[in-house]
Design a protein around this ligand. Structure first.
Ligand code: ZN
Length: 255
């Protein structure tokens, strides 16, 4: 049976590891010494490296880990200089023996950003964060909106593994701007207290679940056409859900 664990690196990054007994794959390793130390300490054998996108804080350990452990690297078009296999939407990767991971194209943060899905787990890189979403770099806000919409079509029990611990900052953005789209501000404030305690005790606030994000995350709520068709969410000045998403993303950029 597969398990997931994390290595915390840099200021707020998580490197996720999926373990099958003593074999593991690793997602977005940015730090070779920390990974090697972790593998040695837990007596784990690295079998593959998965990359979500081409930012340094996701790939800076890849080349050296690939050389040391001689393992295949799966990544999108934008990391082809590091990849053993360049992956696209709906590709199936068979690793850790019989386990299958489906590649989901999730552009928005970067042009060729991908996620890796193994039911019920989604490793989504910098696309969706708890209570927030990724910034737009060399892609478009339309792509980010569509990628979040795609994630929001997965089952509500999907467990989401973002790459950054941004939860408190994202909750602060919602609270400061009073943008609990489902009138769930009391839940958001309560959840912030729980997360603060977790962080204080050095416990990650991640993974999160799609179920929870549908309650607290205005960016994922914007992509839910059911909410709009049934007028569950009331938008200011009758703007479309996409335009409101754009408004929120722009506002978050300067928060
Ligand atoms: Zn990034």
């Amino acid at each position: 049976m597969l398990k997931v664990t994390a290595i915390r690196t840099l200021v707020d990054n998580y490197i996720w590891l999926v373990l099958n007994d003593d074999k593991c794959l690793i997602i977005d390793p940015n730090n070779e010494p920390l990974v090697t130390k972790f593998l040695k300490f837990h007596k784990l054998h690295l079998v593959a490296i998965l990359i979500t996108h081409n930012h340094d804080d996701h790939i800076s350990g890849v080349r050296i880990l690939k050389n040391i452990y001689q393992v295949p690297v799966y990544g999108p078009k934008e990391t082809d200089y590091l990849n053993s296999y360049t992956v696209e939407n709906n590709n199936i990767i068979n690793i850790l023996q019989q386990y299958k991971f489906t590649v989901l194209s999730l552009p928005g943060h970067t042009k060729y950003h991908v996620g890796y899905y193994h039911y019920p787990w989604l490793f989504c890189g910098d696309t969706l964060f708890s209570a927030g979403c990724g910034k737009i770099f060399n892609s478009s806000i339309e792509n980010m909106f569509n990628s979040l919409n795609k994630i929001n079509k997965l089952p509500s029990n999907t467990i989401i593994f973002p790459s950054h611990e941004y939860t408190i900052k994202n909750l602060d953005f919602i609270i400061t701007n009073n943008i609990a789209l489902l009138d769930n501000m009391f839940i958001i404030k309560y959840y912030k207290r729980i997360v603060k305690r977790m962080i204080f005790n050095k416990i990650p606030s991640l993974p999160t679940s799609l179920y929870l994000e549908r309650i607290i995350n205005p960016f994922i709520q914007c992509t839910n056409s059911f909410y709009y068709q049934n007028k569950i969410i009331k938008l200011p000045k009758n703007i479309s859900n996409f335009n409101y998403f754009k408004f929120l993303r722009n506002k978050k950029d300067i928060f």
